[in-house]
Design a protein around this ligand. Structure first.
Ligand SMILES: *Cc1c(COP(=O)(O)O)cnc(C)c1O
Length: 370
């Protein structure tokens, strides 16, 4: 039996991709915002329901250069229950992350705890739509307006999610999306910034190409973070099938719900409300060791024995990384700390067989009842 990982990259048929890239042998234009790049931008704007979009070589560089383009200073309020990228993007911009706790409901930023963290040095809030769960965007917007802060969302998990009839990447001043191979929609590696302000767009365009404004003018200390034509071609192909992929993920998601509902000691995701369209990107389960008689790590080990590889997203918390030793106090984010030690993301992807879901659930339940 082959290994079952937490996710499996979506790919178009070989023939479809070959067809999509074949004219690159005519044009010999392989990167630098070529025609595939432009086409993908246009199609994504439409699909995501966003005003403006700028593509990048990956999600991290999109976020890092977005923070630079926004000209942030001082402190940025964020959460430690996320991928390394979110915190690193702040620190690599010379900014100080100020960690806010998450809520126990959906693991996004606890909006009740933001205000006490605001100081005169705060310039922005950078929350994460964890697992595709959209943050309390209304409350965050209200706080930001009152204190003149920018709002930037790490929307890496929310491709295709809509909330209150709007694309999830349309909230705040700007949002970052990741198109990494492990995400719901991929361009192999890739990412994007969705934004409103045209000036931000111009800055992003320059910063992803060394800060070059024209042949003789270099106006920013930029990087090289352009999406190339082969990545964009992969995106054009995958976009044709993404709705179908999400529908298949939904079947897997509901099978997990069916098999794991009502089991004592575990917390599984809610079914999404009518105001939200999910992308079924993750299936996080929180194990309460006291109630279920075994720890998250024991479940993890048990599944690994069967060649099933779930992931402890997000453990460890970013404010406990050894590269930040002595700088942050994990006790300031107690809910995030508890959740990170108890959570496990079970395998979910379009072609995961329902039989395999049943097997995973049987292994989990078997271990719980031991
Ligand atoms: C995947 C991910 C990123 C980074 O995206 P890359 O495209 O891998 O650089 C950032 N934040 C979160 C929450 C992610 O899951």
């Amino acid at each position: 039996m082959s290994n079952i990982y937490v996710t499996r990259a979506s790919m178009p048929l070989k023939e479809e991709y070959f067809e999509e890239i074949s004219d690159l042998w005519d044009s010999h234009i392989l990167t630098n915002m070529g025609s595939k790049h432009q086409k993908l931008e246009a199609e994504l704007k439409e699909y995501l329901g966003v005003k403006e979009i700028s593509l990048f070589c990956n999600g991290h560089m999109a976020l890092e250069l977005l923070l630079q383009a926004m000209g942030l200073t001082g402190e940025v309020i964020t959460t430690p229950f996320t991928f390394a990228s979110t915190t690193h993007a702040i620190v690599r911009n010379g900014l100080k992350p100020v960690f806010c706790d998450i809520n126990e409901e959906d693991y996004t930023i606890d909006v009740e705890k933001i205000k006490p963290l605001i100081t005169e040095k705060t310039s922005a809030i950078l929350p994460v739509h964890v697992y595709g769960n959209v943050c309390d965007v209304r409350a965050i917007d209200e706080i930001a307006k009152k204190h003149h802060l920018k709002v930037i969302y790490d929307a890496a998990h929310t491709f295709g999610v809509t909330y209150a009839g709007k694309g999830a990447a349309s909230f705040g001043d700007a949002s970052m999306l990741s198109f990494h191979a492990t995400k719901v929609f991929n361009t192999i590696e890739g990412g994007a910034v969705c934004y409103r302000d045209k000036q931000i767009g111009e800055k992003l365009y320059q910063l992803k190409n060394f800060g070059i404004q024209s042949e003789t003018e270099v106006t920013g200390v930029g990087a090289n973070a352009k999406m190339n034509e082969f990545q964009a071609a992969m995106g054009l192909c995958n976009l044709r099938h993404v709705d179908e992929e999400i529908a298949k993920r939904k079947r897997v998601f509901y099978r997990y719900l069916e098999k794991l509902e009502g089991i004592a000691g575990i917390k599984i995701p809610h079914e999404t409300g009518t105001d939200c369209k999910s992308n079924y990107a993750y299936f996080p389960v929180v194990f309460d060791e006291e109630k279920c008689g075994c720890s998250r790590d024991e479940i993890y080990d048990e599944l690994q024995k069967h060649q099933i590889f779930p992931r402890k997203y997000f453990y460890p918390l970013t404010n406990t990384f050894s590269c930040f030793q002595g700088q942050f106090d994990v006790e300031e984010t107690p809910v995030a700390w508890q959740v990170s030690r108890r959570i496990l993301c079970l395998p979910i992807y379009a072609d995961l067989e329902l039989k395999m879901v049943d097997k995973i659930c049987a292994i989990v339940c078997g271990r719980l009842l031991k």
